[in-house]
Design a binder for this molecule. Sequence first.
Ligand SMILES: Cc1cc2nc3c(=O)[nH]c(=O)nc-3n(C[C@H](O)[C@H](O)[C@H](O)COP(=O)(O)OP(=O)(O)OC[C@H]3O[C@@H](n4cnc5c(N)ncnc54)[C@H](O)[C@@H]3O)c2cc1C
Length: 407
Amino acid sequence: MRKIVVVGGGAAGMMAAIKAAERGNRVILIEKNEKLGKKLFITGKGRCNVTTNKDIEDIIKHIPGNSSFMYSSLYTFTNQDLMKMIEDKGVKLKVERGDRVFPESDKSSDIIKCFEKYLKENNVEILLNTAVKDILTEDRKVIGVELDVNRSIKCDAVILATGGMSYPLTGSTGDGYEFLRRLGHTIMPIKPALVPLVAKEKWIKELMGLSLKNVELTVKSNNKTIYNDFGEMLFTHFGISGPMVLSASRKVSDILPKEVEIFIDLKPALDYNELDKRILKDFEKFKNKHFKNALDELLPSKLIPVVVDLSEISPEKPVNSISKEERSKLVRLLKEFKVTVIGTRPIEEAIITRGGVNVKEINPSTMESKIIKDLYVVGELLDVDAETGGFNLQIAFSTGYCAGISC
Ligand SMILES: Cc1cc2nc3c(=O)[nH]c(=O)nc-3n(C[C@H](O)[C@H](O)[C@H](O)COP(=O)(O)OP(=O)(O)OC[C@H]3O[C@@H](n4cnc5c(N)ncnc54)[C@H](O)[C@@H]3O)c2cc1C
């Protein structure tokens, strides 16, 4: 019987521990928090978008960072395998818009409980409130782990599943990167990904809390469109956030620190001409009103003072005296509402970490290090990152699975 230590009780670590134990190994799962799955608990706003219902080829397309590394593990342990494993423990799942899979209960705690059941059934020993300080090796082979309480555990293999660096209060403080660096691995630059964006415009604060649905977002650099999406977004006290913005953040951060222009089409269902007609209709209806009071049916109330200001049309101007030129400028403003991005929020506020251990140094079928024998690296520690939609957790589960069955 081999003795396996799994470091980190998140999605990847729990999966790896279960699979290693199912194969008859003695498995010790070490977690520095007082409980397992703290990050898992907050995923999907507490609902846990546990995976996606898309097929594997489609999943690969939603992994902009090192997708080719993921082929083997995603085919070895698919999203359908994960859904079956969860449902086998009585947790019903449902598929929502965009093929996103959630527990029917909308409770991430049900997913955690499901994994805890598997861990218990397979007699995985769990050490909570215990932080690993280092990985012990001899002749480039794992021999154990050093703990924070002046003791070490000898073992035959270590599966490192300490996560990335985002939301560090959940326990993911980047410890694994340090262990791996010390062992000779290359850590690709760590950056925030799926992260809110900071805007230059002063008026952005006035829009704080405004959420927009069914708008179109276009990211431009040197007048060339580099990203385009349709969906939901949110204004915050520093800039913009929400699903569409988080997805765009990867392309945006590739251009930063150069300023990046984001254009929001507030009325994507209407072309410029149709929108002009619509505005004209509103102006006829409110012909005795001032400009600032004539946009109530067109725009959310928070947006009106900002649009009025940016339009350079006097707020007190009676709408029946607004010229065609002024109207066409207003149409352009609404179709190309510009936000200038000057930065991202820090990694603490990012959904995931981009960068991590160089995937060229890891076997993509087994997750074993090519530098240290019997060391396996899984989950967000790897330099792999995906879009929102359940892909990142599937990456954690599939890589965890492969290490668990291989170690
Ligand atoms: C707010 C938020 C919402 C998200 N929502 C979704 C979603 O709905 N769907 C999705 O697919 N992805 C989502 N993600 C991303 C997803 O949560 C991560 O990609 C995934 O949790 C990574 O799993 P992991 O096991 O690699 O790392 P983690 O889940 O971070 O687990 C790592 C564990 O290791 C422990 N650890 C660290 N260092 C040590 C040490 N030295 N000793 C012992 N233990 C240690 C940590 O305490 C932690 O429990 C979300 C992320 C955030 C922040």
